[in-house]
Design a protein around this ligand. Structure first.
Ligand code: ATP
Length: 362
């Protein structure tokens, strides 16, 4: 079986630690996306799994085999790169057949395998064309076809969609997800595009500076980010992170103040474990605000500084004491620049992070 298990994986380039103590297991049939900003160690991790880069420390198991010492060709992995590297003089069908010819499979069997993969990826119409006569989306499909035709144990994709335009990307995201679901193999996809990760992954590993910050389902990563980095990295527009204090309110309850105003008048369970006066960071997504009349008891008073139409929704940039708070509302809300209002969080949509930047309550 094709489970990939990584233990204490570290890679140093001279004084630079590119990957630090990474641990993860990708189950047979699971799609895991490595997501993170440029330079966080995603590609290096993928290349170590493939055997293209020697690890400094740690172990890599595929199925029941420790593969650290095995060359890429003996790891039974197929890798699809950002640059597809199709053979320009071969037709689509010949490109797909190439890995099978190199293991000396019989021609009847090759034809059957190539046909079946071309059907899955809808490539029959272009079977006799050469790569120079294909569009980018077709080239991408040929690269995927060539990777899956060998029926390897697992798949590795390095930024597979980054060269496609937006429309094609949307289409291919769905297509690749569907194909991977049908294949039931352990798959690792490297991407810096969070939408790609959120739509294609069963689980996402968010990386920063060589370390894994959180591994969880897309739903969990979005709704319960483990720390401030993941909270700020996932979601567009990004989550508002407001400095706040856990405080007593007039009516003898406890709430949170921010910008010297009572932002949330009833902390409820969000205050569990906090002492009055504790400093925290509140995380509120731009779509998690309710707009209130200026000066009302609820929420913080802001002034709208900039309005960005986004189609069905509108992004408002609200100012208070120099801070920029991003608020997304339905475009039917008629708001003007310079307008004043109060912003209060919708119930159940505030996250609390402690001074160590870790999620404590949501
Ligand atoms: P990107 O999205 O930009 O490709 P990444 O998350 O894939 O980034 P890596 O390519 O894994 O990041 O690089 C991690 C760090 O290791 C970077 O600081 C990079 O400059 C460094 N690095 C990668 N390969 C080498 C190498 N062969 N020699 C020296 N440093 C390297």
């Amino acid at each position: 079986m094709g489970q990939i298990r990584i233990e204490n994986l570290t890679k140093r380039f001279g004084g630079l630690t590119a990957v630090s103590d990474v641990e993860m297991t990708i189950e047979d049939g699971e799609v895991l996306c490595l997501l993170g900003p440029s330079g966080c160690g995603k590609t290096t991790t993928l290349r170590m799994i493939a055997g293209l880069q020697q690890e400094t420390e740690g172990d890599i198991h595929i199925g029941n085999t420790r593969v650290n010492h095995l060359p890429p060709s003996e790891r039974d992995i197929a890798m699809v790169f950002q640059f597809y590297a199709l053979y320009p003089t071969l037709t689509v069908a010949e490109n797909i057949a190439f890995p099978l010819r190199s293991i000396r499979m019989g021609s009847v069997e090759i034809d059957a395998q190539v046909n079946s993969v071309m059907t899955a990826l809808q490539l029959h119409d272009v079977a006799n064309r050469r790569p120079g006569q294909l569009g980018e989306g077709e080239k991408q499909r040929v690269a995927v076809a060539r990777a899956i035709v060998r029926d390897p144990n697992c798949f590795l994709f390095d930024e597979p969609l980054s060269r496609l335009d937006i429309t094609l990307r949307e289409q291919m995201r769905g297509e690749i997800k569907e194909i991977l679901t049908g294949l039931s193999k352990a798959t690792v996809i490297v991407t810096h595009d969070q939408l790609e990760a959120l739509t294609m992954a069963d689980r996402i590993a968010v990386m920063r500076a060589g370390r894994v910050e959180q591994i969880a389902t897309p739903h969990e990563i979005f709704n319960r980010p483990a720390n401030l980095f993941v909270a700020g990295f996932i979601g567009t527009p990004s989550m508002n992170l407001l400095q706040a204090t856990f405080c007593a309110t007039k009516d003898g309850k406890a709430g949170f103040s921010a910008f010297d105003q009572l932002f949330l008048k009833e902390a409820g369970p969000l205050g569990s474990g906090l002492n009055l006066g504790s400093k925290v960071t509140l995380g509120i997504r731009p779509r998690a605000f309710q707009l209130r009349d200026y000066g009302s008891e609820d929420g913080i008073s802001v002034e709208i500084e900039l309005i960005e139409p986004m189609g069905a929704e509108t992004l408002l940039h609200a100012r208070t004491q120099g801070a920029d708070i991003r608020v997304v509302v339905d475009r039917s809300h008629k708001v003007k620049v310079g307008e004043r209002m109060n912003l209060a969080p919708k119930p159940g949509q505030t996250l609390v992070f402690d001074q160590n930047e870790q999620l404590v309550m949501s």
